[in-house]
Design a protein around this ligand. Structure first.
Ligand SMILES: Cc1ncc(COP(=O)(O)O)c(C=O)c1O
Length: 398
């Protein structure tokens, strides 16, 4: 084998979601694209806001090629970092300076920079189930281990009762993804305050800081006016991670950032290490054109109604058909409990109806499937009859 042992394992367990997505493409060729209902991937279908298109033109028309397309500081353009800091300060009453922001290759790039900076082999990262499966791979890139706090399937809230016993001397950070992929749950201010108390006590016990990584690519996708607390304003040792992939529908552009407040323990060490990690990992800097674009689009978000309409019709229709559905409060995913014992079989039965969704086993939450409803509304409407057939096959509807 020419590839490393670690890579061998990664290839063997290669993304189930991606495989399903490819299966969906094949099915579309066989049955016709309008007869396949692919809910596998979190690839946003909502149109890119017009302001983003205008900003692209503005950047290209009003700057030199050398500025727009050249190398820059590894942390990113100063004007972009300042625009991000101003936005966070205005929105959440923070006191960030541009120097506290590092522009990254999406949230994934930010997370890799952070792990590169803080993890030594065998160090532990905690995630609450259900969690975005890539966390495990990102931690393992640097020899880190993911410790999973089991899901509280009664509420899908952060399972704080189970947290403390999972914190050890090796725990470096705890990931909190709010709103959550895949449950759509939004964790409240009270829950975050409670988390802060537990982590405070644990830090005293283990004798070093434990950072909260606030992974928030879905922050603006919150329905019914529900508030998403800004964790760094509640917990001092927080590192904020944001991405424009979902909220501007531009995942292919790979643009996001990390932010750390000067109040966080070991700020100086960390911010320097994050910038060097961005370079050493080979990212060098976040994509330059889109850094300049997003600095002009801080107040812009995709049309929330696009997803809210999908959320409502799917939740109502599936509930009526007898499925046990977790009502999403944010993001664009919906969890459905498998109505039969064997969840893999449920996924297969769905495929027979040309419905594609993923088993959330890889999200640390067996017995459920995730429906990514970031798709066209017309496809959802067409899919309802297929869901009806599925409900009949599963014996929950007649
Ligand atoms: C919870 C969560 N975190 C991070 C990411 C990575 O996003 P990005 O495209 O910004 O790298 C995703 C993407 O689906 C996600 O769902």
């Amino acid at each position: 084998m020419v590839i490393s042992k670690n890579m061998e394992n990664l290839v063997a367990g290669s993304s189930v979601i991606r495989k399903l997505f490819e299966e969906g493409l094949q099915m579309a060729q066989i049955y016709g694209a309008d007869k396949v209902y692919d809910f596998s991937l979190g690839n946003p279908a909502s149109p890119v806001p017009e302001k983003v298109h205008e900003a692209i033109k503005d950047v290209l028309n009003n700057n030199s090629d050398a500025y727009v397309h050249g190398y820059m500081k590894n942390a990113g353009f100063e004007e972009t970092r300042q625009a991000v800091a101003d936005y966070l300060n205005k929105s959440f009453g923070m006191g960030y300076g541009g120097e506290d922001i590092v522009m990254t290759v999406g949230a994934a790039g930010a997370m890799n920079c952070i792990f590169r900076a803080i993890l030594s082999p065998e160090d532990e990262v905690i995630a609450f189930a259900p969690f975005f499966g890539e966390y495990k791979n990102y931690a393992s890139n640097y020899g880190g281990k993911l410790t999973v706090v089991p899901a509280d399937t009664d509420t899908f809230d952060l399972n704080l009762k189970e947290l403390d016993k999972n914190i050890t001397e090796k725990t470096k950070c705890i990931i909190v993804n709010n709103p959550n992929n895949p449950s759509g749950r939004i964790y409240s201010k009270e829950t975050i305050e409670e988390l802060g108390k537990i982590v405070d006590e644990a830090e005293k016990r283990v004798g070093h800081p434990i950072y909260i990584l606030c992974d928030e690519p879905y922050r603006q996708l919150a329905y019914d006016g529900k508030a998403v607390p800004y964790i760094p304003s509640i917990i001092k040792n927080s590192i904020y991670i944001y991405s424009y992939s979902k909220t501007l529908s531009i995942p292919g552009e790979r643009i996001g950032y990390l932010a750390i407040s000067k109040n966080a323990d070991c700020y100086d060490e960390l911010i320097g290490a994050f910038v060097v990690a961005n370079r050493c990992l080979g990212y060098v800097n976040a994509p330059s054109l889109f850094q300049l674009v997003i600095s002009r689009c801080q107040d812009v978000t995709v049309d929330l109604d696009f997803y809210d309409r999908n959320r409502k019709v799917l939740y109502d229709s599936l509930t009526k058909l007898g499925f046990d559905v977790v009502k999403p409060e944010g993001a664009f995913y919906l969890l459905v409990k498998s109505p039969i014992e064997d969840c893999d079989k449920f996924v297969e039965l769905a495929k027979e109806q040309h419905i594609i969704f993923v088993n959330t086993m890889t999200f640390g939450c067996p017995g459920y499937v995730r429906i990514a409803y970031c798709v066209d509304y017309e496809m959802i409407k067409r899919s309802i009859n297929a869901f009806k057939q599925l409900a009949i096959k599963c014996g929950i509807s007649s």
